[in-house]
Design a protein around this ligand. Structure first.
Ligand code: SAM
Length: 276
């Protein structure tokens, strides 16, 4: 287990994942009914953009820093940008808040969050990063096993973020099985699932497994920044049970993200229903 999110914090993939995460949670919070937010692979919580790891890759420069500097941000990105700004001193962008921090910062008094993380060092960092928040529980261990134990949550409404490191060669299979098993127990939850787009055949098999399990209302969103270097250039999100208005509200914003985060001429975004 070598993956350290500190090398990638605030990159284009985080912008896509966290931008949509924040927007969806805010949308769900338009109703007063309590929410349970679940993050199976939490990471370290908050990342120092001036730290050794982040400086080594400089990935935030092609991600959140471009968003912060843009003058023509779409309205749907704004709740995310404001939360990221809130994790920093005014006018600075030295800290990047990961998904558990963003979830914790959005909780109302009737909501709660449960975060899983396997790496002991990250668990300690995560607990420290979330110390000032209430109603957040950090669980050390395998996030997939945790998820099985805690769904359906008593609130019945909520969201699951699954954001694995994709170090294991069978991560797509593990992920698909976890989604299918969890969805069977909690079919009405909103699921946001991140994946890297490096191996088209593996992604097709992953989508096919979800389709074979007859999961409905699955939206697939991809962002390719068109970079020509060795690093990750494209990623995707499967969103199960998205708010119906997401597709309309985000279509233009996704095209804007592809333009704003482009690192090559072939930058592009896509949004399509796997199953409407
Ligand atoms: C991509 S990072 C998570 C980033 C975080 N979701 C965010 O957006 O800020 C993946 C994390 O999963 C952790 N991890 C790896 N295998 C795991 C498992 N089986 N269960 C829970 N966490 C795991 C890694 O230690 C790493 O911190």
């Amino acid at each position: 287990m070598n993956y350290r999110h500190a090398y990638h914090a605030g990159n284009f993939a985080d912008v896509l994942k966290h931008g949509l995460l924040v927007w969806i949670v805010r949308y769900l919070q338009q109703k007063d009914a309590p929410l349970c937010l679940i993050d199976t692979h939490g990471g370290a919580g908050v990342y120092d953009l001036g730290g050794t790891e982040a400086r080594k890759t400089g990935e935030a420069a092609g991600g959140v820093l471009r968003i912060a500097e843009a003058s023509d941000r779409p309205a749907v990105i704004e709740p995310y940008r404001q939360l990221v700004g809130g994790a920093n001193e005014a006018g600075a962008m030295t800290r990047y808040p990961g998904s558990p921090w963003l979830m914790a910062a959005m909780l109302r008094k009737q909501d709660r969050a449960i975060v899983g993380e396997l790496n002991g060092e990250d668990v300690a960092a995560l607990r420290a990063a979330l110390a000032g928040f209430e109603r957040v529980r950090v669980m050390e261990g395998d996030g997939y096993a945790m998820l099985q134990k805690i769904v359906p949550p008593r609130e019945k409404r909520g969201l699951v973020l699954i954001d694995p490191p994709f170090e294991a060669s069978d991560e797509f299979e593990t992920l698909a099985q976890a989604i299918i098993a969890t969805h069977a127990k909690w079919p009405t939850g909103v699921y946001v699932i991140w994946y890297p787009l490096k191996d088209d055949a593996a992604v097709e098999r992953f989508h096919a497994e979800l389709l074979n399990a007859r999961l409905a209302k699955m939206l697939n969103i991809t962002l390719d920044v068109g970079a020509a270097d060795e690093g990750l250039r494209a990623c995707g999100l499967v969103v199960i049970n998205p708010p119906w208005i997401l597709e309309k509200e985000w279509r233009e914003a996704l095209a804007w993200l592809a333009r704003t985060l482009a690192r090559g001429a072939n930058a592009a975004s896509r949004m399509e229903w796997l199953v409407p």
